[in-house]
Design a binder for this molecule. Structure first.
Ligand SMILES: Nc1ncnc2c1ncn2[C@@H]1O[C@H](COP(=O)(O)OP(=O)(O)OP(=O)(O)O)[C@@H](O)[C@H]1O
Ligand SMILES: [Mg+2]
Length: 884
């Protein structure tokens, strides 16, 4: 391979080796402006004053110019080039120094490094995406370094991994898949450092469309600089930034978005750069800072970045196809292809040497034939097209391998090793402190909340696009509901109940759809949130709190007005505040869920797909769409309340009858074993509450051949259940069922029901008497004994002599060891008196009988042995030894 011509000598000295004039001046030129000076290069602020600082030409600085930048800069190519580069850096540094705000004079610096930049080293940085089993490598073993006071170009064709590399280095790539070692100043950076002390200009604009350019900068400045700084200083600094970035002309223009046109793409880009400059970043990452800008504007932007670099900031910028002028400002190039490094080193001679030796032969015959001529005319352009040609020719891997084996790569590795080895030793105290920063935000939460309220919440509340969906739906739905159900609340007729419940259901179900309506906009705001979090503007909790205030403080008056209107028209009874709060709380839950889904959904499509799920979930929680077949205890309870409220009315009985029957039979079916009863005491409790209430208010609904037998069977199983509430409900139900002066009295006009009751009593009486006695003798806690006495007395009174026979045979089974015969006789005598009193009131006899039962209970419970033997004798065989 023939070695390339040595271009540096003629190139840097205006010659081309053939005596022809150089293709273009390589001096860092400034674009012409009306007054002959670049705005960015010339307008600098020092204590608030603008001053002109022309960029010195290389000729003016000459080879004698002092070496700019830091002493640890890598050596450049040949001596003349080194001189020129030094001159260039010196001029940029001069400008930067002039451009920095005069901190001494009390003007806060928004564009100066905090404690200076620091070196960044990357060792074997790789990144994989996709499924874990078959991942795709988008970065592969990247070794590089970025030095303080240097501006590095990150180049490569589209999709080569530039943004990914910036994200990895800046700590903005969430999830796994990243490996390798990234160090700032020789140390792994704390996430809080990356948030607070690095600036990142994203490839795609993430701005707040409702703010003007000035407000956008002021908002960021309020969050990114100390809250103790005087507001006037912040405002002055924002004005200075507007001037520097040539945004003065559009300072009052809204940022806008795709639907509401605002600033131009180039202006938006500059606003993004302005945002990254706020907060004195010591490291600046710029992803395509010049895309969307014309050549003049992009040169201005890059000159500003170069000035910052010359002032000590570590700067890395990705660029697609920089103009010659912009390219001149870069100190180094990191060229990626397919996620691998194909060149990393100085621009100019070292790059040309590598290109001539390795790149051109791999880039195809056309490139090889053209030789280095195009490079000499426009290095960046020629480099990009040669890399693209090599890629097309399938030589990406070979090129990366060639670079890895080249002296340039060895030199870069050596330098990176030096920087790493130097570690934190080269850091100032401020830098070392910043690197270990614990808090990612500059301002406290309450300050950030205030700023969010001022710039975003209050702005949203004046924005028709924000207000529209949040107000209109409530007004429209409120008007519709009022029109459909006007007066329904005051109509107490039972048949109107369905209207009332339908209205109330709608009232609590509709707010969830309101919250769903603006979920897409929440998904869109995610990029802005991610960028602002990455910039350390606020904590997540602060943002969420501000968002809730955004939504809920606005919703409060709107829902209050709507609720008052609807309440009046529908003429509801009860508490207005409960009525409003149910709506408002459902809405709040809806908003919270909408935010949750917007945050969790991986894409807009996923968020839209989740919408129905979200609405249905809210519907289920807001209303009563569950049917009684679900046998949820709550529905038994609600039905028992309905029975209490309406069952005395005959028309209501017709409606409630089937509901009560179906629910009772279904629940009894579920409680048909001891195991089921002991695992669902809540269901048993609510079932017998419903049964007891129905007996009291409309006994004919429950004393039916369909309902009573299964209910009695469960009552028999459950009267000894060891659950206080369930046991009480069962015993109370039995008492109501059997008490002659209570429920059955209401059955006097229903002979069929009376006959059924009698039949069931005969069927279950013997077992019931034994179980109740067992409960008194020890199977139930002491406190339940009075609850047992009532139904047992009722059995005696209702069944008369037959009941006495059941009780006698039960008592006879109790062994003498538990209760002596004499005591048994005394108890049976009291039972006989009560049984004979059947038909009349029998209250006195009942009290006598209860006294006798308590004595019997005491006797059986006097010691553990007596209790066990009495209990065992009385309990039916299938219940013995089972704790229900
Ligand atoms: N999460 C991801 N899943 C799959 N592929 C990804 C993912 N992120 C990045 N890539 C792929 O990795 C490659 C590098 O992407 P990156 O955005 O870094 O490219 P780039 O060099 O910045 O391109 P451009 O110049 O177009 O901005 C691309 O091919 C991209 O499609
Ligand atoms: Mg990119």
């Amino acid at each position: 391979m023939s070695s390339p011509p040595a271009p540096a000598a003629w190139r840097r000295h205006g010659g081309n080796g053939t005596g022809a004039p150089p293709p273009h001046s390589m001096a860092p030129q400034r674009p012409p402006s009306p007054d002959g000076a670049s705005v960015l290069a010339d307008v600098v602020v020092s204590g608030g004053a603008a001053l002109a600082a022309p960029i010195p030409s290389p000729a003016a600085n000459g080879a004698a110019a002092p070496a700019g930048g830091r002493g640890d800069a890598a050596p450049r190519g040949g001596a003349p080039d080194a001189a020129l580069a030094a001159a260039r850096r010196a001029s940029a540094k001069q400008l930067a120094a002039a451009a920095a705000f005069d901190v001494e004079a009390g003007v806060p610096s928004l564009a100066g490094p905090a404690g200076g930049g620091m070196s960044i080293t990357l060792q074997s940085v790789s990144c994989e995406v996709g499924p874990r089993r078959r991942p795709t490598r988008i970065l592969s073993g990247v070794d590089a370094f970025f030095e303080a006071g240097r501006l590095t170009a990150l180049m490569g064709p589209s999709g080569s991994g530039k943004t990914t590399l910036l994200d990895v280095v800046a700590g903005r790539r969430g999830g796994g898949g990243v490996s390798g070692d990234v160090r700032f100043g020789g140390r792994p950076p704390a996430p809080a450092f990356l948030q607070r002390f690095t600036g990142y200009v994203e490839q795609f604009d993430t701005l707040i469309p409702t703010l003007t350019v000035r407000e956008m900068l002021a908002y960021t400045a309020a969050l990114k600089t100390s809250h103790r700084a005087p507001a006037s200083d912040r405002a002055a600094a924002v004005e200075a930034l507007l001037g520097e970035l040539d945004l003065g002309g559009c300072a009052e223009v809204l940022i806008g978005d795709r639907l509401r046109k605002g600033v131009s793409g180039g202006q938006a880009k500059r606003v993004n750069i302005g945002i990254a400059l706020i907060g004195q970043p010591s490291v600046l990452f710029l992803d395509e800072p010049t895309s969307g800008l014309d050549s003049t504007a992009s040169a201005e932007v890059m000159a500003a970045v170069a000035r910052l670099a010359a002032g000590g900031v570590t700067a890395v910028a990705t660029v697609h196809s920089p103009t010659a002028r912009a390219y001149e400002l870069f100190d180094r190039v990191l060229m990626l292809l397919g996620g691998r490094v194909v060149y990393f080193g100085e621009t100019g001679p070292p790059l040309l040497s590598f290109a001539g030796e390795h790149l051109l032969p791999l880039a195809g015959p056309a490139a090889a034939a053209a030789g280095l001529g195009p490079f000499l005319a426009h290095e960046a352009e020629a480099l990009a097209s040669a890399i693209a040609a090599a890629d097309r020719a399938g030589a990406a891997g070979a090129l990366a391998d060639a670079f890895a084996a080249s002296p340039a790569a060895a030199a870069a590795r050596g330098r990176a090793g030096e920087l790493r080895a130097r570690g934190g030793g080269a850091l100032s105290g401020a830098q070392a402190k910043a690197l270990g920063a614990k808090c990612g935000t500059v301002t406290p939460w309450w300050w950030a909340a205030g700023v969010l309220l001022r710039y975003r919440t209050l702005r949203n509340w004046r924005d028709p696009a924000f207000l529209g969906p949040r107000v209109a739906d409530k007004v429209v739905v409120g008007a519709l509901l009022a029109a459909l159900y006007a007066g329904a609340g005051a109509n107490a007729a039972f048949l109107n109940v369905s209207n009332q419940s339908a209205f109330l259901f709608m009232w609590v179900a509709l707010p969830c759809f309101s919250a769903a309506a603006y979920m897409p906009s929440l998904v869109l705001e995610r990029a802005l949130f991610a960028r602002e979090r990455g910039d350390g503007l606020y904590r997540v909790a602060t943002y969420l709190g501000a968002k809730m205030v955004d939504e809920l403080a606005l919703a409060a008056p709107i829902t209050l007005a709507t609720a008052a209107f609807v309440w009046r028209i529908v003429r509801l009874l009860g508490s207005f505040w409960v009525f409003w709060l149910t709506y408002y709380i459902t809405l709040a839950v809806g908003v919270a869920m909408a935010y949750f889904i917007a945050a969790a959904a991986p894409s807009m499509d996923a968020a839209n797909a989740l919408l129905p799920t979200y609405c249905i979930t809210l519907l289920l929680f807001a209303g009563q769409l569950l049917t009684f077949q679900t046998r949820h205890p709550a529905f038994l309870y609600v039905t028992s309340e309905l029975v209490k409220a309406f069952a005395r009315e005959p028309s209501a009985q017709a409606a409630l009858g089937p509901i009560v029957a179906a629910m009772a039979v279904a629940a009894a079916g579920e409680l048909n074993s001891l195991q089921a009863l002991s695992s669902r005491p809540d269901l048993a409790d609510d079932l017998f509450l419903l049964a007891g209430r129905t007996l009291n208010y409309a006994p004919t609904l429950i004393v039916t051949p369909q309902v009573l037998p299964p209910l009695l069977d469960v009552a028999l199983l459950g009267c000894l259940v060891q659950h206080r509430e369930a046991c009480r409900s069962v015993l109370a139900f039995l008492r109501s069922l059997l008490h002659p002066s209570d429920a059955p009295a209401a059955l006097s006009s229903a002979p069929a029901a009376q006959a059924l009751l009698r039949e069931q009593l005969l069927r279950t009486g013997p077992t019931l008497a034994r179980l109740l006695l067992a409960g008194a003798a020890g199977a139930l806690p002491d406190a339940r004994v009075p609850d047992v006495a009532e139904p047992l007395g009722a059995v005696l009174r209702l069944a008369g002599p037959q009941g006495l026979a059941w009780v006698s045979s039960a008592v006879a089974a109790v062994p003498a060891a538990a209760m002596e015969r004499g005591d048994q006789q005394m108890f049976l005598a009291a039972a006989a008196v009560l049984a004979n009193a059947a038909g009349d009131g029998g209250d006195g006899e009942q009290r006598e009988f209860e006294g006798a039962l308590f004595r019997l209970a005491d006797l059986c419970r006097r010691n553990a042995r007596a209790r066990v033997s009495a209990e065992r004798a009385l309990l039916p065989a299938e219940l013995q030894g089972v704790v229900v």
